[in-house]
Design a protein around this ligand. Structure first.
Ligand code: SF4
Length: 378
């Protein structure tokens, strides 16, 4: 398939149906009579990069007076992203910001992050949550869904309604095809399952993976540079990505074997593919991070490292009569923090923020006090 060049934008149908249809849909939707803002969910992966590319390109093709609707390009930083992936996201965001300012585009480039109370380390080291796994995956909601949802709600509060553009595609995976199908109502816009006032627009839902790569390999991004860095990132990581997640029903695609761009701490996957891929591609400096993640997996189910009671003081017995251990002991939490700080020193990059360490110490003090009070009460 020949890829339409930027100059072919909105050309009449000429045998390049997917691209002209997609561009026409974006143009039609942007030209709607209302001025509801667009929010582009940007994960830094190939699909959301393609959507951001097409939207940017469309804004550039319009005269200034027709750029009536604000566009937010929103990435989420879990604060434990794979180092190369977050570096890539930040670099692209800077390029987008510069281009938006130079061309006077109504584009806001934003990054959301988990509530400081619910970062990965505050929950694991501060509260003792065991490393997330498939049955207790406490991370996705707190670190991805809630921060993005908060941003969307703020825009809904300000404008009444918003349109959320997602780079989901039907052929991404069997799981994804199932969640994509929920939004198939035959209309261009569908109501978001969980977010009131939020409409979902999936401009590239019918594209194949080959289409996406062919486009990104042929076209340069409208914000400058090229997509070569992104393509290399995939080559090094060896595959998939952790997509934008805005609803619990989308969450299964986060932390699966195909999600190789997820958090470097991800213990939901059996083996971290992205870091391992980067290490194999020559980024040996990430080996200590991989080892640390593997250590987190190894201590998760050690009964010596878990309290008998849950944080609320209850002892939990599963319906099959088996005792469900509580959070990590204070000694284990302290050991995780000591090892993490040593790792941070060793790799020379920030892995935990000082404000998280402060919050963790405050939670420990409270837990110690609660434990002492429980013992005194007998
Ligand atoms: S990538 Fe893994 S650790 Fe990160 S939010 Fe997804 S499931 Fe949780």
């Amino acid at each position: 398939m020949r890829i339409a060049a930027a100059t072919d934008l909105f050309a009449a149908d000429s045998g390049e149906a997917p691209w002209s249809d997609i561009r026409r849909a974006i143009a039609d939707e942007y030209a709607a009579s209302h001025a509801l803002p667009w929010i582009v969910g940007f994960s830094g992966g190939k699909d959301s990069t393609l959507v951001a590319h097409l939207v940017f390109e469309h804004l550039l093709s319009l005269p200034r007076s027709a750029r009536r609707r604000p566009v937010h390009i929103v990435a989420n930083d879990t604060l434990v992203e794979s180092p190369l992936v977050i570096a890539h996201i930040r670099a692209v965001q800077d390029e987008m910001r510069n281009a938006a300012s130079a061309f006077d585009l109504p584009v806001t480039v934003a990054t959301t992050a988990p509530d400081p109370e619910h970062t990965f380390w505050v929950n694991m080291i501060g509260r003792g949550y065991p490393s997330p796994n498939r049955t207790f995956r406490w991370c996705t909601d707190r670190m991805k869904i809630q921060p993005t949802s908060r941003y969307v709600r703020q825009q809904v509060d300000a404008s009444g309604e918003v349109v959320l553009l997602l780079g989901v595609r039907r052929d991404e995976s069997a799981t994804r095809a199932g969640t994509v199908a929920r939004y198939d109502n035959g209309e261009r816009l569908n109501r978001h399952n969980d977010l009131q006032g939020c409409w979902v627009f999936r401009p590239i839902v019918e594209l194949s993976t080959e289409d996406v790569w062919e486009f990104l390999g042929t076209e340069n991004p409208p914000w400058g540079g090229s997509h070569a860095r992104l393509i290399k990132l995939y080559r090094d990581a060896g595959g998939g990505e952790c997509p934008v997640v805005t609803a619990k029903s989308d969450a299964p695609s986060c932390g699966t074997t195909s999600s190789r761009f997820g958090c470097w701490t991800c213990t939901v996957v059996d083996k971290d593919r992205s870091l391992a891929g980067f290490v194999e591609a020559g980024f040996g400096e990430f080996t200590p991070l991989l080892d640390f993640r593997d250590w987190l997996v190894s201590i998760r189910n050690d009964p010596e490292r878990r309290l008998a009671r849950r944080r609320d003081g209850r002892v939990l017995i599963a319906p099959n009569g088996v005792h469900v251990p509580g959070p990590f002991t204070l000694a284990t939490r302290a050991e995780i923090l000591t090892r993490l700080l040593a790792l941070q020193e060793r790799v020379g990059r920030q892995l935990i923020m000082p404000s998280e360490v402060d919050r963790i110490r405050a939670l420990w003090a409270k837990d110690a006090l609660d434990g002492a009070e429980r013992s005194a009460a007998g």
